[in-house]
Design a binder for this molecule. Structure first.
Ligand SMILES: [Zn+2]
Ligand SMILES: [Zn+2]
Length: 136
């Protein structure tokens, strides 16, 4: 069954885009750069060919940061609310889509965790800690 087109948006709703499946890859990245850029233990990165992503609104509000000296690492974000949005991967025909900004379930699930050896020392597997539906 062909998957529906997915949409994504930033926290303030200024930047919107759509993604046409199939998605190429979905992985958690535990590298130090992703920890910094996400402010979290790891990034959740989806990759799609450039031709499958279309900006709907707010493209001019996107601030682009290419990490100096990095081959590919970049962060694009909404200049109003700071939410990370997809960025074109330098030197590749791909967009990296931060999974958390998608508005629907992408159906695909993460395939692997990369840069596992540089994971945050405070990272624990979610299954190891209690879960609550809201603030506990
Ligand atoms: Zn925004
Ligand atoms: Zn990374």
């Amino acid at each position: 069954m062909p998957l529906e087109t997915l949409t994504g948006s930033c926290l303030c709703g200024s930047v919107k885009f759509e993604v046409k499946p199939p998605l190429s890859d979905f992985r958690y990245c535990h590298c130090r750069r992703c920890q910094k850029a996400s402010g979290s233990a790891h990034a959740a990165n989806i990759f799609v060919p450039q031709s499958q992503l279309k900006w709907l609104t707010g493209e001019t509000l996107i601030t682009r940061f290419d990490l100096p000296d990095a081959k590919r690492f970049a962060v694009w974000f909404c200049s109003r609310c700071g939410t990370r949005v997809p960025h074109k991967v330098r030197g590749r025909d791909d967009y990296l889509v931060p999974a958390g900004v998608l508005d629907q379930d992408p159906a695909m699930r993460p395939q692997n965790s990369i840069f596992w050896d540089s994971k945050a020392p405070w990272y624990v597997e979610p299954r190891e800690i209690p879960k609550f539906s809201e603030y506990s």
